[in-house]
Design a protein around this ligand. Structure first.
Ligand SMILES: [Zn+2]
Length: 197
């Protein structure tokens, strides 16, 4: 009998995951708490590339003949990205896991940084700000880490520290047809980081 009594969801949750009123694990709430209540998240600039008819919206600096952006000019509109974008201040969680970050390391002002990082974002982290529920992260977007004040606010004027290119965006669901619980992004730091903020 004891066996049956111990078989409940909390025992399946080593990290004390909150359970929703429907008896399901509420990962949305868990990530929200980590980011905002426990303040383990960080403010980041999320550079969302605009889409137009299903394609990333090319900037006027894009060279129509070579299909590449003109790298010789620093474009004020797209900051050299080649696409139009919107910047959103978001909160995310950076998880430097051994398995993914591994050994490659780069230097930034004497500090060692992982070349590969995982970032977690809430399911609605873009649409909350853009107002468009169809806005989802893509691998064209960039994650930009900026200098912070002592009290954890973004410094003014903005000073870019690292720009992360997104290798993949995973919409995590508990089951195939379930709602999106959170986004997990595999990223690679761009050591050049020459993009203007
Ligand atoms: Zn441009």
């Amino acid at each position: 009998m004891d066996f049956y009594r111990s078989t409940n969801l909390t025992h399946l949750n080593p990290y004390n995951t909150p359970i929703s009123e429907y008896g399901e694990i509420d990962l949305r709430k868990e990530l929200h708490d980590i980011l905002w209540t426990e303040k383990r998240g960080m403010y980041l600039i999320y550079r969302k590339v605009r889409f137009h008819h299903g394609y990333p919206f090319k900037c006027t600096c894009w060279d129509a003949f070579t299909q590449e952006q003109d790298v010789d000019t620093t474009c004020d509109t797209c900051k050299g990205l080649g696409y139009l974008f919107d910047d959103y201040i978001v909160r995310g969680y950076r998880s430097s896991t051994q398995a993914f970050s591994g050994s490659p390391v780069m230097e930034d002002e004497g500090k060692k940084l992982n070349l590969f990082e995982l970032f977690y974002f809430e399911h609605n982290f873009i649409s909350l700000q853009s107002g468009n529920n169809l806005d989802i992260p893509t691998t064209y977007d960039k994650i930009i880490e900026v200098e912070m004040d002592i009290d954890g606010a973004i410094s003014s004027p903005l000073k870019q520290r690292i720009r992360y290119d997104i290798l993949s965006t995973d919409a995590y669901r508990l089951d195939e047809r379930g709602r999106i619980e959170y986004y997990r992004m595999r990223t690679k730091a761009n050591p050049l980081g020459s993009y203007l903020v």
